[in-house]
Design a protein around this ligand. Sequence first.
Ligand SMILES: *Cc1c(COP(=O)(O)O)cnc(C)c1O
Length: 410
Amino acid sequence: MELVNGKYQLEGGIDPLQLCKTHGTPLYVYEASTMQRQYERITKAFTYPKVHIHYACKALTNLAVMRLFREWGAGLDCVSIQEVQLGIMAGFKAEDILYTPNFAGFDEFDEAVKLGVKINIDAIPMLENWGLKHKDIPVCLRINPHLMAGGNEKISVGHIDSKFGISIHQLPHALRVVESQGLIVDGLHMHTGSDILDVDVFIRGAEILFEAARKFPNLKYIDLGSGFKVPYKVDDIETDVEELGEKLSTRFAQFCEEYGRELTLMFEPGKFLVSESGHLFARCTLVKQTTSTVFVGLDTGLNHLIRPMFYGSYHKIVNVTEPQFKPRIYTVVGNICETDTFGSDRRIAEVVEGDILCFYNAGAYGWMMSSNYNSRPRPAEVLIYNGKAHLIRKRETVADMVQNQLPVTP
Ligand SMILES: *Cc1c(COP(=O)(O)O)cnc(C)c1O
């Protein structure tokens, strides 16, 4: 979304205020062109020929969005069997889907085997289960290299007490299980969580995986996960994918030569691909001055965008109705009966009741983490594709919320 002659415009010159009038607020709007730009950035960053990007669809699991990534050539990264089912509905081939759950039951793995998708195992006891039932189905191992990814504890999953992955220090144990049961390991995987600031952290992780890879003769791919950071503020650092592509292409080719086979290099970004494409629009219900601050209250809350409260993420907020008014200092809050502060002491063009405000970076983990808390329906979703706005999810209704509820019968 851009300011053009003092007015905000979405892709194709679409007026966000008009969209809000048509579909109501709160409203999630995604620009396909931004998703495509990010997808192409990452694919073009690598000179190594066998790179495959799997879209981590938990970030934004709408079928229309998943279909776009399929058309552009991406595979899919799924963390539940239900995401796998949605991926197949969106037209992904089973072999282009990586199922990479955490603490999923064995029944889910059975289902994944039936569907024929690639399978990632992230615990030694599950590897032991594998030998009992699916010995002949190749698996990928999720290794935890214990990198500290960035500064935010809540979203770094590589540290020593993380529940994710098989610790690199347990590799000898994992190898005993693999060898004693004759398992076929065709991939190695790491995903150290969001917010890797630094290309060198990635490379360090890659080196740990390359070292481990020497012990597995049947590899077809190495998946370096995600952790790609996108900017939230003007001067924010983002992952320099171009630098990563350059450094890693050379190093990976060299590793493959040592290994003796050309492997596929995989990544599975979510946020990098969809965060910036998404905006959440909400209406100001009230401006309320207290003794210490001025609150702008919205017709949305932590039920629709929980990231700021859940892990302190920053979302830029602007006044779409009156972008030219003099900025004032506000604390922006939701309408939920919890403390749901979106941002404190924000400079926003003067807000009055009825103005439409917009949250940036709302494409990833926005709608997907939304809930019915306080029995407010979840927002509609609009995708702007080829200059046209498409409603890709209707606003929920009270009828939707009660459709699975049953009365007590005598
Ligand atoms: C969530 C997740 C991703 C995507 O992470 P982003 O920070 O959104 O890029 C990738 N791989 C796995 C296994 C995940 O669970």
